[in-house]
Ligand binder design. Structure first.
Ligand SMILES: CC(C)(COP(=O)(O)OP(=O)(O)OC[C@H]1O[C@@H](n2cnc3c(N)ncnc32)[C@H](O)[C@@H]1OP(=O)(O)O)[C@@H](O)C(=O)NCCC(=O)NCCS
Length: 194
């Protein structure tokens, strides 16, 4: 693989459809318009939205359609890859995992959410692991980082299980609902032990 054009992978995967990623219990695929109902049901939950930086609460009507359309544009532009997380046995969308790229640094920031009804079954950990594998092995990323609010213990466990190390606390770094909050930054390098 070579990294011309600002370190992006070449040939570009973004010219084609998003790759489908499979694990024991999950399929990760591109979002489609008909997923809007499942997205809205999951992220309307304050317990999901308030742990994220940008999902509004209450969740406005039509926001899920806009979110899905944005994921399609962002993949084609090569700026963000967002997978729908589907439980194989149920066939339902239960979450999302995204990589936001900083190509000049071969780095991405990972984000994710899982519908509350599906928490505690290892779904986030499995989804994050397969996305990391794709990012490191197929996209040539060097580093993936994550930011979470101080106190988001479940997300911290997911990241630890996926091989991330906490790197520090960014005091008052990100504003949500008008409040500047402390953020834990963590990272995993491609060459860290898997
Ligand atoms: C964080 C989130 C994605 C985890 O999803 P999940 O599918 O339940 O995650 P997993 O089952 O893979 O792992 C969760 C781990 O957190 C642990 N956990 C859950 N709640 C916890 C808590 N309050 N304190 C400590 N650990 C907790 C679980 O026990 C499990 O760890 P274990 O396997 O060692 O027992 C989900 O809770 C979520 O969507 N939260 C809201 C959105 C969010 O926080 N997104 C990330 C923003 S940085």
């Amino acid at each position: 693989m070579c990294y011309a054009h600002g370190m992006r992978p070449s040939p570009s995967p973004f010219a084609g459809p998003m790759p489908v990623l499979s694990t024991d219990q999950l399929v990760l695929r591109a979002f489609v318009a008909s997923d809007a109902v499942a997205v809205e049901a999951a992220v309307s939950d304050a317990a999901v939205a308030e742990q994220t930086l940008s999902i509004p609460h209450p969740y406005p009507p039509g926001a899920a359609d806009d979110f899905i359309a944005a994921t399609q544009r962002e993949w084609s532009a090569g700026t963000v890859a967002t997978w729908a997380v589907v439980q194989q046995d149920v066939g339902a969308v239960v979450g999302a995992v995204m990589l936001r790229f900083a190509w000049p640094h071969r780095r991405a920031e990972i984000g994710y959410w899982i519908a509350r009804a599906a928490w505690g079954r290892g779904i986030a950990t499995e989804a994050v692991r397969v996305v990391l594998e794709y990012g490191f092995d197929r996209l040539g990323l060097h580093r993936v980082e994550a930011r979470r609010w101080v106190g988001n213990e479940a997300s911290g466990r997911v990241l630890t299980k996926a091989g991330f190390r906490d790197e520090g606390v960014l005091r008052g770094a990100l504003v949500r609902d008008g409040i500047a909050r402390d953020v834990i930054i963590s990272g995993r390098l491609r060459d860290d032990p898997r």
